[in-house]
Design a protein around this ligand. Structure first.
Ligand code: FAD
Length: 416
């Protein structure tokens, strides 16, 4: 298909570009790119900047592009959203801290919430004044999320929640969280779950930071001790939490699937021109040139595969499970490129210091961060399962816990 903008898309792009350039500075190669939720630089001042930027976009009609107009969105098409993201990536913006709220929590509330719940949570979320987090994973439930054990017990108009969540991105700056807990251990694994919205400032919620290998503090452990959640905060029916969670997870996959974000081999080229190998610029070395050419080829193949997703979007179709390829192949590619960037820098590659290391230590930062991205939102192995079952049509995994009451599923002996 033709990937040039249609006249309508070109008009949309020009309008988006004009607004962005009137309201933000252009990105320059010297800018740091590690200031996201999992980067090192999240602090109250940056959170304030994020809130100001989101409010500015909302006031001008550029927040939540694909959301329906009734919810304060622009009612834009998926392809217009892609165009907006392309243009927004060219200007300096505060870190992205609204992905979970706007990309996952908002659409879930729109689908499963009552009118009262939509009015209560959506407007503040849209203008960025309230931050949201996702309290799904537990120490024993990640890929196998439905195996979660945190419990909710009904008590009058409230539910009392106990248990532990982990890897909760942004919990330390969040006002609200989406939470899936087990409300009926006698029901089968997927049938005994209920979905809530929890006020992160409730008594009994304790947030403990987890420090990442890159020095950042993006995610946390969150402990619930007798936390009271009003029944009015329940999304969907009691016992129907898995269906609600699937809506969240589908939106999560759509927001990180796509196949964009392929590594940028021109940055490696620039580095290879700057650093020396055997007394000559590294770019003059045949093996270095070949390696960069291979990265370029892989990145292009990924980009063209990503174009299939764009084609589906521009035809108004929903991209299929093949978009899992983008995350799987892209994650490995960026990690390989980061490893090579560090290798190229020689001894200096071992120093992770943005003042002294080549490219402001961007390669070291990527090298340390990408493994996390290969786990979040579906590990490499889980994506391979999806591709084998739903794209290649291979037989599904054997599932031994089907149809058994959750409390009767055998587990290992308790640790002493
Ligand atoms: C950067 C980051 C941010 C995150 N943010 C959040 C958040 O905000 N909220 C939240 O709830 N969670 C979050 N998570 C958690 C994330 O969803 C889980 O880490 C992920 O689902 C994997 O689960 P796990 O860590 O329990 O690993 P496990 O599921 O225990 O996997 C361990 C290993 O076993 C493999 N494996 C598991 N099942 C299969 C299978 N069926 N077939 C083959 N191999 C398998 C995995 O690929 C992996 O290698 C985040 C994680 C990361 C890394």
């Amino acid at each position: 298909m033709d990937f040039n903008d249609t006249p309508e898309e070109a008009e949309f792009r020009a309008e988006a570009r004009a607004w962005l350039r009137a309201n933000a500075d252009l990105v320059s190669p010297d800018d740091d790119d590690d200031g996201d939720l999992l980067g090192e630089k999240l602090n109250p001042e940056i959170v304030t900047q994020c809130k100001e930027w989101q409010k500015k976009k909302a006031d001008a009609g550029w927040a939540c592009l694909t959301w329906p107009k009734d919810f304060g969105g622009r009612g834009a098409t998926a392809i217009e959203n892609v165009i907006w993201k392309q243009e927004e990536s060219k200007v300096k913006t505060p870190p992205e801290i609204y992905g979970i709220g706007l990309g996952m929590c908002g659409p879930t509330i729109m689908t499963h919430g009552t009118e009262e719940q939509k009015k209560r949570w959506i407007p503040d979320m849209m203008v960025g004044q309230k931050i949201w987090c996702q309290l799904f994973s537990e120490p024993g439930a990640g890929s196998d999320l439905a195996g979660l054990r945190s419990s909710a017990v009904r008590d009058g108009d409230d539910w009392i929640v106990n248990g532990q969540k982990i890897w909760t991105t942004g919990a330390q700056i969040s006002d609200w969280g989406i939470l899936v807990v087990r409300s009926d251990p006698t029901a089968a694994k997927h049938a005994g779950l209920t979905y809530f919205v929890v006020d992160m400032n409730s008594p009994g919620v304790e947030i403990r930071p987890i420090t990442q290998i890159n020095g950042g503090h993006g995610f946390n452990e969150v402990f619930f001790t007798d936390v009271r959640i009003p029944d009015a905060n329940r999304l969907g029916e009691v016992g129907d939490g898995w269906r609600v969670a699937i809506t969240t997870l589908m939106n999560e996959r759509a927001s990180i699937g796509g196949g964009g974000g392929a590594g940028n081999s021109s940055e490696l080229l620039r580095l290879a021109r700057e650093v020396q190998l055997d007394g000559r610029p590294a770019i003059e070395n045949d093996a270095v040139r070949q390696k960069i050419a291979r990265f370029y080829t892989r990145a292009k193949a990924l980009q063209f595969t990503g174009n299939r997703t764009l084609t589906a979007l521009s035809r108004g179709q929903t991209p299929g499970p093949e978009s899992s390829l983008g995350k799987l192949v892209g994650g490995v590619l960026i990690q390989d490129m980061a490893e090579f960037g560090i290798e190229l820098a020689g001894m200096a590659g071992a120093v992770d210091d943005d003042e002294f290391s080549a490219d402001g230590a961007a390669w070291q930062e990527r090298f340390l961060s990408i493994p996390g991205l290969r786990i979040a939102g579906g590990t490499d192995e889980v994506l391979r399962n999806i591709i084998s079952e739903r794209v290649l049509g291979l037989p599904p995994e054997v599932r031994l816990d089907k149809g058994i009451a959750f409390k009767d599923i055998p587990t290992g002996p308790p640790s002493s």
